[in-house]
Unconditional design. Structure first.
Length: 373
C-alpha cells in the first residue's frame, strides 16, 4: 500500500473469547525454565520463575530480561503522520526527533485516559507507538477514527514484533556485547543487529532502572533471548515487573489510569501539552486550571500489612496499586486521595481486608538507589 494512501491498513487481532489464549514466541522457553504461566490480557504470560523477590532484586542489582511481547504496536506513516499523532497524543509530537522516544497518554474528548503509550520516531514521516496489551484494539480503532482527516496510513504491527525488556545496572553491558554498534541513549531508539538479528533497540523501560527494550521479529526472539540469558540476564516475570514499576511510581493502566479519570489527577500533567489541541485537551486544561478534587499519591505503610488494589482509604480515597516492596520491605502503593490529603507527610489509614493499617503519603519515587541501605 502506498505510504500516502488515506486507507487504513489494519489486521484483526482480537482473539475470539472462546478460543485459546495467545502465546508469545518465547512460550516454550518460559515453560522449560519452570515459569508459572497465567492468563493476562488474552495471553499466556510468565508471572514468575524463581520467585518475585529474587527476580526483582536481580533487576535492581544486575540485570533481568522480561518477555513483553504481549504489548501492541501501531505504525503511523505518511505526510500526515505527525499531524495525526499531534491530534491524538497528549504530548508535543513535534518535539520528537528522528530516533527519539516520547511518553504520552491517549485521551477521550472528556479527558478520560484511554491508554498510556510510548511513541518512537523511526523516520521523518514514520512513527511506531507501543500500546498496552489490554488496550491495543481500542487504541487501533481510536487511531482509525481520526486517520481519515489526514494523509496517513495506520498499520497494526502486533504480529510483526516480539518485545524484550532488559533492565538493570548491567543491562546495557549485556546487550552491548551482542550489538553491532553502540546502544541508543535513554529516550532514543535505533536499528541494531543483536546476535545476528536486525532489531529496534529503544532506550526505554518501566522498572526505574537503566536498560533497553528490544523490538524484534518473532522468529528471532528465541535466539536473542537465549544469548541474553547466557550472558547473565535473569528471566523475570510480570509480577516482578509490577513490583519494580510500583517502587518507581510508574502507572499501570487499569489500576492507576482509566477512562473514568484524567491525566491531571493521575499526576501526568507533565506529558500533556494542551496548546497542541489533542483530543481531550480542553477538558485536561479545565482540570488543570480548577485543580482536581482527587490526586494519585504514593504511600508507605508505617506498620505491618500489604495493601492491594481497591482497598478503601479511611475518610475517603481508594488504593489503585499495592504490594510488599522487596527493597523497602514494607507495604507500598498508590491511591487516589482527596487533594488536600494527597500531600507528602500526610498520615492516612487503609482498610486492608478489614484491618486498619496506618500509612503515610510520600514523594515519588517510593524507592531510589540512594535510599538503599
Amino acid at each position: 500500500m502506498p505510504r500516502n494512501s488515506r486507507a487504513i491498513a489494519c489486521r484483526a487481532v482480537a482473539a475470539d473469547p472462546r478460543s485459546t489464549l495467545r502465546r508469545t514466541p518465547l512460550h516454550e522457553r518460559h515453560v522449560e525454565a519452570g515459569a508459572k504461566v497465567v492468563p493476562f490480557a488474552g495471553w499466556e504470560m510468565p508471572v514468575s520463575y524463581e520467585g518475585i523477590r529474587a527476580e526483582h532484586v536481580a533487576v535492581r542489582d544486575a540485570a533481568g530480561v522480561f518477555d513483553v511481547s504481549h504489548m501492541g504496536e501501531i505504525e503511523t506513516h505518511g505526510p500526515g503522520a505527525a499531524a495525526l499523532l499531534q491530534r491524538l497524543l497528549s504530548n508535543d509530537v513535534s518535539a520528537i526527533p528522528v530516533g527519539g522516544a516520547q511518553y504520552s497518554v491517549l485521551c477521550r474528548e472528556d479527558g478520560g485516559v484511554l491508554d498510556d503509550l510510548f511513541t518512537y520516531r523511526l523516520e521523518p514521516e514514520r512513527y511506531l507507538t507501543v500500546t498496552n496489551a489490554s488496550n491495543h484494539n481500542k487504541d487501533l480503532a481510536w487511531f482509525g477514527r481520526y486517520a481519515g482527516e489526514f494523509d496517513v496510513t495506520i498499520e497494526d504491527k502486533l504480529e510483526d514484533f516480539a518485545m524484550l525488556a532488559v533492565q538493570g545496572p548491567r543491562a546495557r553491558d549485556i546487550v552491548q556485547a551482542l550489538s553491532d554498534a553502540p546502544l541508543p541513549a535513554r529516550l532514543t531508539c535505533a536499528a541494531r543487529t543483536l546476535a545476528g538479528a536486525r532489531v529496534l533497540v529503544c532506550g526505554t523501560g518501566y522498572t526505574g532502572e537503566d536498560g533497553v527494550e528490544i523490538l524484534i521479529a518473532p522468529d528471532d526472539a528465541v535466539r536473542v533471548w537465549d544469548e541474553l540469558v547466557r550472558r547473565g540476564a535473569v528471566p523475570a516475570g510480570l509480577a516482578a515487573r509490577d513490583t519494580l514499576r510500583l517502587e518507581a511510581c510508574y502507572h499501570l493502566y487499569g489500576n492507576d489510569l482509566m477512562e473514568e479519570r484524567g491525566p491531571i489527577e493521575a499526576g501526568l500533567g507533565w506529558c500533556c501539552k494542551e496548546d497542541t489541541g489533542f483530543v481531550g485537551a480542553d477538558a485536561v486544561h479545565a482540570a488543570r486550571d480548577a485543580g482536581p478534587a482527587e490526586k494519585l499519591a504514593p504511600f508507605k505503610l508505617t506498620g505491618p500489612g500489604i495493601p492491594r488494589q481497591d482497598n478503601p482509604v479511611v475518610g475517603g480515597g481508594i488504593v489503585t496499586s499495592g504490594t510488599l516492596s522487596p527493597c523497602l520491605e514494607v507495604g507500598i502503593g498508590m491511591a487516589y486521595l482527596p487533594a488536600e490529603r494527597a500531600v507528602p507527610g500526610t498520615e492516612i489509614e487503609i482498610d486492608v481486608r478489614g484491618r486498619v493499617r496506618p500509612a503515610v503519603v510520600t514523594t515519588r519515587p517510593l524507592y531510589a538507589k540512594e535510599n538503599d541501605g
